[in-house]
Write a protein that binds this ligand. Structure first.
Ligand code: NAP
Length: 252
């Protein structure tokens, strides 16, 4: 499968998507989610941006991954309006100071709470968002459902070990994406369902790990531009893939 070349040309013009797009973004209080929302809200191709997060100022736009009904209600509200062209899931969790959850350096550090929270936020939540939004994608035009995953979810690329729960939860998310892509292809062949790797980005999620970085740390606005470039460049044959910020396909 070929890489996505649009990003290499530095494009996030969304020319491949229809005019007057309707977009839904989940996790808009996070670093990358907020930056994506800001870029899309100012984008001339975009008519509406529907934003959702667990601490949204508007209570009707809040969801709780432990409460499936909160996502079902959002789906019902979106279904009353015109179809969506782009859904971006920008939620995710690597550590949670309040719950004392940290990425494991060793299997001795695995805990039930840490594993179940990692899977709740990185796999189950995004999959349920897919359940309630994939049927709302427009037919007869290119549409994209993109869930932000991570390169460390690649099983074949895991050379370092550690971060067991986060890696496993992202790998499981990637399998969900593959399964959804196969299922959607049957009745919506122009839909593209992908995972995205943003590269290491300066957000709360990466903050505790930035001092040991040996590669570029992207500002959220730059990362958002990269991801929109990939979204612009993908085609239906990419559906089911996980794609990095620079257009490279990440192996499973
Ligand atoms: N930053 C990086 O270097 C990097 C690298 C690779 C992949 N990623 C991925 O990029 C995505 C965005 O991360 P980010 O860097 O923007 O991190 P972030 O600033 O910490 O944002 C994470 C988002 O997930 C939401 N979230 C966390 N736990 C939740 C829960 N239980 N229920 C509902 N929402 C929850 C957060 O909401 P609250 O604010 O309410 O917690 C926030 O909107 C994630 O999927 C992450 O795994 C990031």
């Amino acid at each position: 499968m070929s890489e996505v070349t649009q990003i290499i040309k530095g494009m996030d013009q969304l020319n491949s998507l229809p005019d007057a797009m309707r977009v839904a973004i989940f996790g808009t209080n996070g670093g990358i989610g907020e930056a994506v929302m800001e870029r899309l809200s100012a984008h001339p191709k975009v008519k509406t941006v529907e934003s959702f997060s667990r601490r949204h100022p508007d209570p009707t736009r809040r969801f709780d991954f432990r409460d499936e009904a909160s996502l079902a209600h959002i789906g019902e509200a979106l279904a009353q309006q015109d179809p969506l062209h782009l859904v971006i899931v920008a939620t995710g969790m690597l550590h949670d100071q309040d719950q004392q959850i940290h990425p494991e350096k060793s299997l001795k550090q695995l805990t039930h709470e840490g594993m179940s929270t990692a899977f709740l936020v990185n796999t189950i939540g995004p999959a349920l968002i897919g359940k309630y939004t994939l049927p709302l994608l427009a037919k007869n035009s290119k549409t994209v459902f993109a869930a932000i995953s991570a390169r460390v979810g690649s099983i074949s690329d895991n050379q370092l070990g550690g971060w067991h729960s986060y890696r496993a939860a992202k790998a499981a998310l990637n399998m969900m994406i593959k399964g959804f892509a196969l299922e959607m292809k049957r009745n919506n062949p122009d839909s593209v369902i992908i995972g995205l790797h943003p590269g290491t980005t300066d957000t709360g999620l990466s903050a505790p790990f930035q001092s040991s970085l040996r590669h570029t740390l992207f500002p959220p606005n730059v990362a958002a531009g990269h991801l929109l470039g990939v979204i612009d460049g993908v085609e239906p044959y990419h559906s089911g893939s996980v794609i990095a910020w620079d257009g490279q396909i990440i192996p499973a």
